[in-house]
Design a protein around this ligand. Structure first.
Ligand SMILES: [Ca+2]
Ligand SMILES: [Ca+2]
Length: 207
Protein backbone atom coordinates (compact mmCIF):
# COMPACT_ATOMS: atom_id res chain seq x y z
CA UNK A 1 0.00 0.00 0.00
CA UNK A 2 2.82 2.38 0.99
CA UNK A 3 4.71 1.55 -2.23
CA UNK A 4 1.60 2.30 -4.25
CA UNK A 5 1.27 5.73 -2.61
CA UNK A 6 4.92 6.57 -3.33
CA UNK A 7 4.41 5.44 -6.94
CA UNK A 8 1.37 7.75 -7.31
CA UNK A 9 3.30 10.68 -5.82
CA UNK A 10 6.23 10.15 -8.21
CA UNK A 11 3.90 9.86 -11.23
CA UNK A 12 2.05 13.03 -10.14
CA UNK A 13 5.34 14.90 -9.78
CA UNK A 14 6.49 13.74 -13.22
CA UNK A 15 3.18 14.79 -14.81
CA UNK A 16 3.39 18.21 -13.13
CA UNK A 17 6.98 18.63 -14.38
CA UNK A 18 6.00 17.73 -17.96
CA UNK A 19 3.04 20.16 -17.99
CA UNK A 20 5.14 22.93 -16.44
CA UNK A 21 7.99 22.35 -18.93
CA UNK A 22 5.63 22.43 -21.90
CA UNK A 23 4.21 25.76 -20.66
CA UNK A 24 7.77 27.15 -20.52
CA UNK A 25 8.38 25.94 -24.08
CA UNK A 26 5.15 27.62 -25.16
CA UNK A 27 6.32 30.86 -23.54
CA UNK A 28 9.66 30.68 -25.38
CA UNK A 29 7.90 29.87 -28.67
CA UNK A 30 5.54 32.78 -28.12
CA UNK A 31 8.48 35.20 -27.80
CA UNK A 32 10.07 33.78 -30.96
CA UNK A 33 6.83 34.17 -32.90
CA UNK A 34 6.55 37.73 -31.59
CA UNK A 35 10.03 38.53 -32.94
CA UNK A 36 9.23 36.94 -36.28
CA UNK A 37 6.17 39.12 -36.53
CA UNK A 38 8.05 42.44 -36.68
CA UNK A 39 6.76 44.57 -39.53
CA UNK A 40 8.74 44.33 -42.75
CA UNK A 41 11.11 47.13 -43.79
CA UNK A 42 9.31 49.95 -45.60
CA UNK A 43 10.03 53.30 -47.26
CA UNK A 44 9.04 56.72 -45.93
CA UNK A 45 9.29 60.16 -47.50
CA UNK A 46 9.21 63.47 -45.62
CA UNK A 47 10.45 66.84 -46.90
CA UNK A 48 11.28 69.68 -44.49
CA UNK A 49 10.26 73.14 -45.70
CA UNK A 50 12.45 76.04 -46.86
CA UNK A 51 15.81 74.30 -47.10
CA UNK A 52 18.42 76.14 -49.18
CA UNK A 53 19.21 74.54 -52.50
CA UNK A 54 22.29 72.32 -52.48
CA UNK A 55 23.89 70.06 -55.04
CA UNK A 56 22.54 66.57 -54.34
CA UNK A 57 19.60 67.96 -52.37
CA UNK A 58 19.15 69.27 -48.83
CA UNK A 59 16.22 67.34 -47.39
CA UNK A 60 17.80 65.12 -44.76
CA UNK A 61 16.41 65.26 -41.23
CA UNK A 62 15.89 63.14 -38.11
CA UNK A 63 12.44 61.84 -37.22
CA UNK A 64 10.60 59.57 -34.84
CA UNK A 65 7.78 57.44 -36.21
CA UNK A 66 5.19 56.46 -33.59
CA UNK A 67 2.70 53.64 -34.13
CA UNK A 68 -0.77 53.76 -32.56
CA UNK A 69 -2.95 50.67 -32.92
CA UNK A 70 -5.88 51.44 -35.15
CA UNK A 71 -8.40 49.56 -32.97
CA UNK A 72 -7.66 50.99 -29.50
CA UNK A 73 -5.31 53.91 -30.26
CA UNK A 74 -2.63 52.56 -27.89
CA UNK A 75 0.95 53.59 -28.58
CA UNK A 76 2.70 50.37 -29.57
CA UNK A 77 6.23 51.46 -30.42
CA UNK A 78 8.66 53.93 -31.97
CA UNK A 79 11.14 53.72 -34.81
CA UNK A 80 13.81 56.36 -35.45
CA UNK A 81 14.71 57.37 -38.98
CA UNK A 82 17.11 59.69 -40.81
CA UNK A 83 16.03 60.61 -44.33
CA UNK A 84 18.32 61.22 -47.29
CA UNK A 85 19.27 64.57 -48.78
CA UNK A 86 18.14 63.81 -52.33
CA UNK A 87 14.36 63.56 -51.84
CA UNK A 88 13.82 63.08 -48.11
CA UNK A 89 13.42 59.31 -48.26
CA UNK A 90 14.55 56.53 -45.98
CA UNK A 91 14.31 52.78 -45.78
CA UNK A 92 13.05 51.93 -42.28
CA UNK A 93 14.07 48.61 -40.73
CA UNK A 94 11.70 48.11 -37.79
CA UNK A 95 13.05 46.83 -34.48
CA UNK A 96 10.14 47.54 -32.16
CA UNK A 97 6.78 47.19 -33.92
CA UNK A 98 4.74 44.09 -34.77
CA UNK A 99 2.46 43.53 -37.74
CA UNK A 100 -0.90 45.26 -37.21
CA UNK A 101 -3.02 48.12 -38.51
CA UNK A 102 -1.78 51.50 -37.25
CA UNK A 103 -2.20 55.24 -37.28
CA UNK A 104 1.38 56.41 -37.86
CA UNK A 105 2.79 59.80 -36.84
CA UNK A 106 6.04 61.31 -38.03
CA UNK A 107 7.64 63.90 -35.75
CA UNK A 108 10.77 65.77 -36.77
CA UNK A 109 13.48 66.89 -34.39
CA UNK A 110 12.80 70.44 -35.68
CA UNK A 111 9.43 69.97 -37.42
CA UNK A 112 5.76 69.60 -36.57
CA UNK A 113 4.16 66.17 -36.83
CA UNK A 114 2.05 64.67 -39.59
CA UNK A 115 -0.07 61.54 -39.51
CA UNK A 116 -1.17 58.70 -41.77
CA UNK A 117 -4.28 56.83 -40.68
CA UNK A 118 -5.25 53.21 -40.93
CA UNK A 119 -2.06 51.78 -42.43
CA UNK A 120 -2.03 48.00 -42.67
CA UNK A 121 1.31 46.33 -41.95
CA UNK A 122 0.50 42.68 -42.66
CA UNK A 123 3.91 41.71 -44.08
CA UNK A 124 2.20 40.71 -47.33
CA UNK A 125 1.27 44.00 -48.99
CA UNK A 126 4.20 46.42 -49.40
CA UNK A 127 3.95 49.65 -47.39
CA UNK A 128 5.31 53.07 -48.24
CA UNK A 129 4.45 56.20 -46.29
CA UNK A 130 4.73 59.50 -48.13
CA UNK A 131 4.25 62.32 -45.64
CA UNK A 132 5.02 64.87 -48.38
CA UNK A 133 2.36 64.05 -50.98
CA UNK A 134 1.50 66.94 -53.30
CA UNK A 135 4.75 68.73 -52.39
CA UNK A 136 3.61 69.09 -48.80
CA UNK A 137 6.55 70.22 -46.69
CA UNK A 138 6.85 69.63 -42.96
CA UNK A 139 6.57 72.89 -41.03
CA UNK A 140 9.73 73.95 -39.19
CA UNK A 141 10.35 75.54 -35.81
CA UNK A 142 9.57 73.11 -32.96
CA UNK A 143 12.93 73.39 -31.20
CA UNK A 144 12.35 73.02 -27.48
CA UNK A 145 13.08 69.58 -25.99
CA UNK A 146 10.12 67.88 -24.35
CA UNK A 147 11.61 64.40 -24.58
CA UNK A 148 14.40 62.43 -26.25
CA UNK A 149 13.63 59.18 -28.07
CA UNK A 150 16.48 57.01 -29.36
CA UNK A 151 18.87 59.98 -29.09
CA UNK A 152 16.57 62.25 -31.11
CA UNK A 153 15.35 65.33 -29.16
CA UNK A 154 11.64 65.92 -29.71
CA UNK A 155 9.68 69.11 -28.97
CA UNK A 156 6.12 69.70 -27.81
CA UNK A 157 4.66 69.81 -31.37
CA UNK A 158 3.89 73.54 -31.06
CA UNK A 159 5.78 76.57 -32.40
CA UNK A 160 5.83 79.35 -29.81
CA UNK A 161 8.01 81.57 -27.63
CA UNK A 162 9.85 78.57 -26.13
CA UNK A 163 11.18 77.77 -29.59
CA UNK A 164 12.09 81.40 -30.28
CA UNK A 165 14.25 81.45 -27.15
CA UNK A 166 16.08 78.28 -28.30
CA UNK A 167 16.90 79.81 -31.69
CA UNK A 168 18.01 83.11 -30.08
CA UNK A 169 20.42 81.15 -27.85
CA UNK A 170 21.91 79.47 -30.92
CA UNK A 171 22.34 82.58 -33.11
CA UNK A 172 25.55 82.71 -35.14
CA UNK A 173 26.61 79.14 -34.43
CA UNK A 174 25.85 75.84 -36.14
CA UNK A 175 23.11 73.92 -34.38
CA UNK A 176 21.50 70.97 -36.13
CA UNK A 177 17.99 71.64 -34.87
CA UNK A 178 17.97 75.45 -35.07
CA UNK A 179 19.50 75.63 -38.55
CA UNK A 180 16.10 75.34 -40.18
CA UNK A 181 17.20 76.12 -43.75
CA UNK A 182 20.36 73.98 -43.33
CA UNK A 183 22.80 76.50 -44.75
CA UNK A 184 25.33 75.83 -41.97
CA UNK A 185 24.57 78.72 -39.57
CA UNK A 186 21.71 79.86 -37.33
CA UNK A 187 20.66 83.40 -38.15
CA UNK A 188 17.74 85.70 -38.97
CA UNK A 189 16.76 83.54 -41.96
CA UNK A 190 16.04 80.61 -39.62
CA UNK A 191 14.27 82.90 -37.16
CA UNK A 192 12.01 84.21 -39.92
CA UNK A 193 11.07 80.64 -40.94
CA UNK A 194 10.09 79.96 -37.32
CA UNK A 195 8.14 83.25 -37.01
CA UNK A 196 6.09 82.31 -40.11
CA UNK A 197 4.87 79.21 -38.22
CA UNK A 198 4.21 80.83 -34.85
CA UNK A 199 1.19 79.28 -33.06
CA UNK A 200 1.09 76.34 -35.50
CA UNK A 201 0.62 72.89 -33.95
CA UNK A 202 1.35 69.42 -35.29
CA UNK A 203 -1.15 66.70 -36.05
CA UNK A 204 -0.48 64.83 -32.77
CA UNK A 205 -2.31 67.73 -31.09
CA UNK A 206 -5.14 67.95 -33.63
CA UNK A 207 -8.38 65.97 -33.27
CA1 LIG B 1 7.84 73.87 -29.40
CA1 LIG C 1 20.42 78.64 -41.31
Amino acid sequence: MKKKLIFVIIISFLLYSIVHASQSVQTILHIEIFDDDLINPFIIKAMPEKRVSKLGGNYSSKYILSFYRNDNNLLTGYESVITDNAIGESFVTPLNVNAWRYNVFIKGTSHLSKRKNNILFNNIDPVSLNFSEDEYYLKAGDLNTRTTIEDIPIGDDKVNSLDISVIINNLNIFDYRSDLNMDGIVNSLDLSILITNIDEIGETLQP
